[in-house]
Design a binder for this molecule. Structure first.
Ligand code: NAP
Length: 342
């Protein structure tokens, strides 16, 4: 089966996704009978377009040399926007890998609305539109009878949603607790294991490329809040908004807090939590002292994990998965395969 895709956002994740297709397309064709073609690669200045499918090796060589999609010889269309491409190019699916923007969700919001209105499946790594307009976008997908797949936006290579929706089918999920941000877990691990003060651990994480030059989204807990919100709404159908989630990051965690927790046989982790309480679903993000036998206590460094508590399967925990553009691209690829799996 041919699947024609538009990729919006040719940055780190978009390019990692195209590289994955180059590497794995034969295998995917053989194992899943899917012929994945990129009919348009869109970036901020325009697009490269080919209704028959772009030559992906040539595209990557062009980008590696510093070229832009809109200047790709024979295929470039200067100024063609994502919205225009999604409205005019025949395709089955949008891969959305533009930057996450929690203020108004753009440009992803326009891309998602346009794709869903035109009956295209959406696989998105961008969290902004989902955090702001989850219900509207889900309803739009349902009306158009297409899928909205969001694994890459919810801790990427860590299969938070697959476990919650598929492996725990038929259970009642009572709570989900997650270490959902690699940067903060790395900093807290350094503080716990080496006694490193917060500022030094952050500076080291930035030097290693684990933390962004502006780490506020991570260290203030907002990235974790975005992810637990999406998990709460997908797995527990919570209907929550970001304003419903009290958020505390790790910026005020001191070496003294870490030592105190250690003396009590605990380790401090930044936990995104959603649980059923008195008939309501409540979510929060905060640093928490976990007893050392808690399944999340041993999750170290940039590793992430999620632990579900259910009525009939008891506790189910999954950890690991790459926290990088390749891990996110692999989560996108997995979602595409799942759309077409019978
Ligand atoms: N990096 C990761 O490990 C990771 C993991 C999970 C999820 N994510 C999510 O995946 C998305 C992409 O991340 P990334 O690291 O690949 O970001 P990135 O490197 O900044 O790439 C984003 C790309 O989108 C382009 N873009 C900006 N505005 C656009 C528009 N209006 N139309 C089309 N393209 C536009 C950017 O172009 P310019 O650079 O010219 O502005 C850039 O090429 C983000 O939403 C992020 O939160 C990333």
């Amino acid at each position: 089966m041919d699947v024609r895709m538009l990729v919006c956002g040719m940055g780190r994740v978009g390019q990692a996704f195209v590289n994955l297709l180059i590497q794995k397309s034969k295998d995917i064709q053989k194992r899943y009978d899917l012929n994945l073609k990129v009919v348009a690669a869109v970036d901020i200045g325009g697009a490269a377009v080919s209704p028959a499918g772009l030559p992906l090796e040539d595209l990557m060589v062009h980008l590696k040399k510093g070229g832009k999609v809109e200047n790709m010889p024979g295929f470039g269309k200067k100024g063609l926007s994502g919205k225009e491409a999604l409205s005019s190019i025949a395709a089955e699916l949008l891969v959305e890998t533009t930057p996450t923007n929690i203020r108004d969700g753009e440009p992803g919001m326009t891309h998602l609305r346009t794709a869903l209105a035109h009956g295209k499946h959406v696989v998105t790594a961008a969290k902004g539109p989902l955090v702001l307009r989850y219900r509207e976008l889900k309803d739009l997908a349902d009306e158009s009878r297409v899928k909205l797949m969001i694994s890459a936006a919810t801790a990427a290579a860590l299969p938070t949603l697959d476990v919650g929706l598929s492996c725990l089918a038929g259970t009642e999920v009572l709570s989900a607790e997650g270490i959902l941000n690699g940067t903060t877990n790395y900093i807290l691990t350094r503080m716990y294991e080496e006694g490193t003060p917060y500022q030094d651990a952050l500076a080291e994480a930035q030097k290693m490329g684990v933390a962004e030059p502006d780490p506020s989204l991570d260290v203030e807990g907002r990235d974790t809040a975005n992810k637990i919100l999406l998990i709460a709404n997908e797995v527990l159908q919570a209907g929550l908004s970001l304003k419903d989630i009290p958020v505390e990051g790790i910026t005020r965690v001191t070496p003294e807090d870490i030592q105190k927790a250690r003396k009590e046989g605990k380790v401090i982790k930044l936990i995104g939590k959603v649980e059923k309480k008195d008939g309501k679903v409540v979510a929060s993000v905060a640093p928490m002292g976990l007893p050392l036998d808690h399944p999340l206590a041993s999750v170290r460094g940039t590793e992430k994990a999620i632990s579900y508590l259910t009525d009939t399967m008891d506790r189910v925990t999954v950890s690991g998965g790459k926290s990088n553009p390749l891990g996110a691209a692999a989560a996108v690829l997995k979602d595409i395969i799942r759309i077409y799996q019978k």
